[in-house]
Design a protein around this ligand. Structure first.
Ligand code: ZN
Length: 229
């Protein structure tokens, strides 16, 4: 297919008109196709430029602190996301700071959705928390989750002050199976009440903890377990 007006121009003027019209039609088709090609090229270049030039540049994030397996223990490592939260580690395996931060974030998300945090007390308490993963066993008198007093109990964790919790680490358990989320509820209640973290849970001696708090612990831990945390 081609446009050759020079051969028909002298002998067949009528045909020349048709030929010119055909040529115009050819040009229009060519221009239309060219526009498509240019547009397609523009899209491809846009996608390629996006793919090759956009990437995260965490310039504002300070050098990440990591546990040193060859260093002396215990080590105090910053918990990311939370401004002044730290954890004390006795081995680099139990438990790294990233899962701790994810667990705390999940907890706060669920707490806000369930109870709200209008004054920001819970958020502030989480942001200045110290999490101690000391593997040495601890025990003594305590209230169980139902509010029953036990004179001899083996602790899985403790909320020792409004900003210090001890969470017993387990070699075979991941974080969702530890007491971390449970202790975060104590810390949150403590932040709201100001006097205590309700040590007897759903018992009647102290106020704060309800069945809704127990259900929240279950929900958050289920979510963490499903993520392998
Ligand atoms: Zn408790």
């Amino acid at each position: 297919m081609g446009c050759l007006p020079s051969k028909t121009y002298i002998l067949y003027p009528a045909s020349q008109t048709i030929t010119l019209e055909l040529c115009t039609f050819c040009i229009l088709i060519f221009m239309h196709a060219l526009r498509k090609v240019i547009f397609a090229g523009f899209l491809v270049s846009l996608v390629l430029s996006c793919a090759y030039t956009w990437h995260a540049e965490p310039r504002t994030i300070e050098g990440r602190e990591v546990c040193d397996p060859m260093g002396p223990f215990p080590q105090m490592i910053k918990i990311p996301v939370f401004t002044k939260a730290w954890q004390i580690m006795y081995s680099c395996d139990r438990y790294p700071q990233e899962p701790t931060a994810i667990a705390m974030s999940m907890f706060y998300m669920e707490w806000s959705r369930t109870f709200g945090d209008p004054t920001g007390r819970v958020w502030r308490a989480l942001n200045k928390l110290m999490v101690d993963y000391d593997p040495r066993p601890k025990g003594g008198s305590a209230y169980d989750i139902a509010g029953q007093y036990r004179s001899e109990a083996s602790y899985g964790g403790l909320a020792l002050t409004p900003s210090y919790i001890w969470v017993k680490p387990y070699d075979d358990y991941i974080l969702c199976e530890s007491s971390l989320v449970h202790e975060l509820v104590h810390i949150s209640i403590w932040a709201i009440k100001g006097t205590d973290g309700d040590p007897d849970h759903i018992g009647s001696k102290f106020s704060g903890w309800t069945v809704d708090h127990s259900a929240l612990v279950q929900r958050v831990n289920d979510t963490l377990c499903s993520l392998g945390i």
